[in-house]
Design a protein. Structure first.
Length: 318
């Protein structure tokens, strides 16, 4: 069992995932948590990261920091998604290695797996075929992080482990329609349409791709599980092992929000990967399993959105 007084640095502690990990650790009695905003430490700057780690001396580092976004953002900013994510993770991994941090937990994404890999996605499918073009820049960065942690684990026998979450959502999510992922974007679109006389909601693609979604508090619990246990392998999928079509997701969110208008599918827009279902049998075998069901999680997320709606710019009420 990890010492509750161990100094734990959570990179990206203000983000959706990082803040959920922080809340989980605090609730379990961990008393020496460290965070730094991007203004305090620019994780893209190697010297800044080296100085921060050397000064702070964390015993454990959880890397929940990343430049993230949906299909549109990945298409529009490929250089930033590849370069900045590599800079962030490389700086943290190298500093952790050189200062003998006892445990490093790297968080990636299910997009690391090939576009047309067999379903459900097993960890063994990594690098067996081509990536999905709409998010290959982010995926390539995350793959390099996984391989760096594996290399350190193999060469130096250090406890560096990578967790690959499925699509995450929850409180503290990003609801900006230009950069958000599909689930929070839908929540905002349906909410705005509801308050615009139940106007029609236009959604990208055909609605036929299948996706899996994990509530962020469950992801945080998986990270803490990895922190408190020495996992025997270098790579683990984290998800529910259950998926649904984007159309089914839309009607579920529409019902929870209370929108009664039409849903219009713009099939001139890209669908992305046809299916991305995670094989989570490795984590299940070790004793971790998700707790929050999708409708319950969407309701919690929508409630949080309503409570914080004044913080979201340009809510479009006509």
């Amino acid at each position: 069992m990890t010492n509750k007084a161990a100094k734990i640095y959570i990179a990206g502690h203000n983000g959706m995932v990082g803040s959920a990990i922080w809340r989980n650790l605090e609730a379990k009695g961990y008393s020496n948590l460290v965070g730094a905003s991007s203004k305090e430490v620019d994780l893209r700057n190697q010297q800044a990261v080296n100085d921060f780690i050397a000064t702070t001396k964390p015993e454990i580092i959880i890397d929940a920091a990343a430049k993230v976004g949906g299909i549109l953002a990945n298409n529009d900013f490929p250089y930033q998604f590849l370069m900045e994510n590599m800079q962030i993770q490389n700086n943290l991994i190298d500093a952790a290695h050189r200062t003998d941090v006892s445990k490093f937990i790297f968080l990636g994404s299910s997009c690391i797996y090939p576009k047309l890999a067999p379903q459900p996605l097993k960890e063994d499918y990594l690098l067996t075929d081509s990536l999905e073009p709409t998010n290959e820049w982010y995926a390539l960065a995350k793959i390099s992080g996984v391989k760096l942690c594996q290399a350190i684990r193999n060469q130096f026998q250090k406890d560096f482990v990578s967790l690959m979450p499925t699509n995450l959502y929850g409180t503290h999510d990003n609801f900006d329609l230009k950069s958000s992922h599909v689930l929070p974007a839908m929540i905002r679109k349906f909410h705005e349409a509801k308050h615009n006389q139940n106007a029609a909601v236009v959604l990208w693609g055909s609605g036929t791709p299948m996706r899996e979604f994990l509530f962020v508090d469950d992801m945080a619990a998986a990270v803490v599980f990895a922190l408190e246990n020495k996992l025997p392998d270098y790579l683990y999928n984290v998800g529910t092992g259950e998926d649904l079509t984007i159309k089914e997701l839309a009607t579920t969110i529409q019902k929870i929000v209370g929108h009664t208008g039409e849903i219009v599918w713009d099939d001139s827009k890209p669908d992305g990967t046809p299916r991305k279902l995670m094989d989570v049998s490795k984590m299940h075998a070790l004793g971790w399993k998700h707790q929050v069901q999708l409708e319950q999680g969407i309701q919690k997320t929508y409630n949080w959105f309503l409570e914080n709606i004044d913080n979201f710019k340009q809510i479009d009420y006509k």
